[in-house]
Design a protein around this ligand. Structure first.
Ligand SMILES: [Zn+2]
Length: 165
């Protein structure tokens, strides 16, 4: 697996629409030098192209102490997270976020075109939330609780939506 190095204050173009500073996750418990999976960044560019809408990354790499801090304050967050393995990202859309997040949920639920694109690119973790999206590249043989298997390997979907249909 290849990783892109992110240094605080650095701003380098990495894909058509993303630069390193957008992937740097700022928190006092996170280090000044971080890494994020290169293929995850490339996958999010594919995602961005699919929707044609700018994306804001909320959180990518999280050190163990930072993840533990989040888990302590948020009952939905796990103490052991793929974010600490440099293979996860949380993000939202900068335009029509609710509608676009909803569109993503439908893709996941109906195993639509985008679902297959993401599975093929190695995405195995799908977090459904009302206002943002989590995806990660958990290994094919699973990361923690990996519930399902398809032709691409194992995957997991979790639904933390407050507004259930
Ligand atoms: Zn996440």
């Amino acid at each position: 697996m290849k990783f892109i190095k992110l240094k605080r204050g650095d701003r380098q173009k990495i894909t058509e629409n993303f630069n390193t500073s957008e992937w740097f996750t700022n928190h006092k418990l996170n280090p000044d030098t971080q890494e994020v999976s290169k293929s995850l960044i490339e996958t999010l560019q594919v995602f961005r192209d699919y929707f044609g809408v700018p994306i804001r990354i909320a959180s990518a790499y999280r050190s163990r102490p930072y993840q533990k801090f989040i888990a302590k304050h948020n009952i939905f967050a796990a103490a052991n997270s793929p974010h600490s393995y440099k293979i996860a990202v949380d993000f939202k859309f900068l335009k029509d976020n609710t509608a676009n997040v909803q569109k993503f949920h439908e893709e996941v639920e109906n195993k639509g075109k985008l679902w297959h694109i993401l599975r093929k690119l190695g995405i195995g973790g799908f977090g459904l939330y009302d206002n943002f999206i989590h995806i990660d590249e958990r290994p094919k043989n699973g990361f923690g609780n990996t519930s399902f298997t398809d032709k691409y390997g194992r995957y997991r979907i979790w639904d933390k939506r407050q507004k259930k249909k």
